[in-house]
Design a protein around this ligand. Structure first.
Ligand SMILES: [Fe+2]
Ligand SMILES: [Fe+2]
Length: 169
């Protein structure tokens, strides 16, 4: 597995762990063992880590580089992935609204829809999109992508990224 794919699948693993933890948090909230507003920190995680650190790399670096090498991708699977990212932002806002309204049942349902869609999205990237990237890019091109990923993390904060990973670990 190329380093570029390792970075992205590693972030996917952290996102999947956060999804599992959040399902457990909702179980605690509904049984009265946790406060609904604890969800706000999870929403921050999905916004800052999943969307900020992770989707940012795909949208600003990997996907444009893939489209440069195969224009057809822009209208196919990459279009679908970008649309999903947009939908996820919308879903998180709706989830946040439900939490702020104190609607625990509604928030749980919204989170379940979001989590399922995100897991599906991650599976398509892991099984399809990243393999296409490895096939259409040379080792050198992939190395350039890796350096640009490192720039992305530096811009957003390497220490903050580790903090997020620790929080959901
Ligand atoms: Fe994605
Ligand atoms: Fe992804």
């Amino acid at each position: 597995m190329n380093e570029v794919v390792k970075v992205l699948t590693g972030e996917h693993e952290n996102i999947k762990r956060a999804i599992e933890h959040t399902h457990r948090l909702f179980a605690d909230i509904l049984s009265g063992n946790a406060e609904l507003n604890m969800m706000l920190e999870r929403i921050d995680f999905f916004r800052n880590y999943a969307d900020g650190y992770h989707h940012h790399k795909e949208e600003e670096v990997l996907f444009p580089e893939m489209i440069k090498r195969n224009e057809m991708l822009e209208y196919g699977v990459i279009h679908e992935m970008l649309q999903n990212h947009e939908d996820f932002r919308e879903m998180l806002s709706e989830l946040e609204d439900a939490v702020n309204d104190g609607d625990a049942e509604g928030a749980k349902k919204k989170f379940e829809v979001y989590a399922e869609a995100l897991l599906e999205h991650i599976a398509v990237e892991d099984e399809e999109v990243f393999q296409i990237a490895e096939t259409i890019m040379s080792e050198d091109e992939l190395l350039t992508v890796l350096y640009r990923f490192e720039d992305c993390d530096r811009e957003l904060g390497v220490d903050e990224k580790k903090e997020w990973e620790k929080k959901i670990g």
